[in-house]
Design a protein around this ligand. Structure first.
Ligand code: SF4
Length: 305
């Protein structure tokens, strides 16, 4: 059944001169059919470099918006218009404007998991892969406002020693991973390396061996440093980890760490997307031009890991 659907997608892709990008948290079958899988930074770079006319973005709304801003001459489609990100919705442009008024001298760094309007109000954008490098690149005498993820912001503050004002946003899926989960997994797999995403809470991160973005997790696993890894992030990444390292064992820290929005994309929705050219993501030029400045800076600053 899937093979039939995948063949159909291949035909439609050719007809539309389309490329399919999928985030590492997408369902396995979507990751398998994508031309590129990756984290937000990798996919943003791919979106800005592709020659295709159409980008089908298998992810959530802020990712498709980012692709649309970075590739203004391309048609960007999100196969499920209701695939949002609760963390991105935790700060509005009005709230950020208010925060800026309270700290007029500060620079604003926004996590890519934010709306285009919030990006337009920001000086720099970053992903979990390059947040530390982005903040390190800022003048040392400048205060930094970091939105919306308090946990990534805290991680950056610790790594850089900078004075960072945090916004109280968080990922509703990563907070399901608890210290009990990590301790239980470590007791069962004492030789395993614990890789945690910076979106996890501080107590969970304190128990991890490595704090990494999903692309950095894939890199570390491929280096042969261990046979077993406990994975403290959204469980979708385990598909790519297993596929790229079939001899290694990857243990999800919690089976509850699932992002329901990421799982809204299906093969049928990808077909409908390419057939009907839906749902096209467009933004007002005034927003997109300002947001692009922050995003261009993000794409230029590559992670050191
Ligand atoms: S995993 Fe968390 S941050 Fe990522 S899209 Fe889902 S809710 Fe948003």
């Amino acid at each position: 059944m899937n093979e039939k659907l995948i063949r159909k997608i291949e035909q439609l892709k050719e007809r539309r001169n389309a490329v399919i990008l999928a985030h590492n948290y997408q369902p396995g079958e979507i990751q398998d059919l994508a031309d590129f899988t990756g984290d937000s930074l990798g996919l943003s770079i791919k979106a800005s470099q592709t020659d295709a006319d159409t980008i089908v973005f298998c992810g959530v709304l802020f990712m498709a918006e980012t692709a649309a801003i970075l590739s203004p001459d391309k048609t960007v489609l999100l196969p499920e218009i209701n695939a949002g990100c609760p963390m991105a919705d935790m700060i509005t442009a009005d709230q950020l404007r208010q925060l800026k008024q309270e700290h007029p001298e500060a620079l604003v760094v926004c996590y890519v998991n934010s709306s285009a309007e919030v990006k337009a109000e920001s000086d720099y954008c970053c992903t979990s892969a390059n947040a530390v490098e982005v903040v390190r690149s800022l003048p040392e005498d400048k205060q930094v406002l970091f939105v919306p993820d308090q946990h990534l912001g805290q991680f950056v503050a610790e790594k850089t020693g900078r004075d960072i004002t945090l916004w109280p946003g968080y990922c509703t899926s990563h907070v399901f991973i608890t210290t009990d989960d990590i301790q239980a997994a470590k007791a069962k797999y004492p030789e395993a390396i614990v890789m945690a995403h910076p979106e996890c809470t501080e107590p969970v991160k304190a128990l991890a061996d490595e704090l990494l973005s999903t692309s950095q997790m894939l890199k570390l696993a491929a280096q042969g440093v261990a046979r077993q890894f406990i994975i403290a992030t959204e469980t979708g990444i385990i598909h790519s980890l297993k596929k790229q390292n079939p001899d290694l064992e990857f243990i999800p820290a919690s089976h509850r760490a699932i992002c329901p929005n990421m799982k809204k994309i299906t093969l049928d929705k990808v077909i409908a997307s390419l057939e009907e050219m839906q749902y096209e993501i467009t933004l007002p030029e005034a927003i997109s031009t300002r947001a692009k400045k922050a995003l261009d800076r993000m794409v230029e600053i590559l992670p050191t890991k």
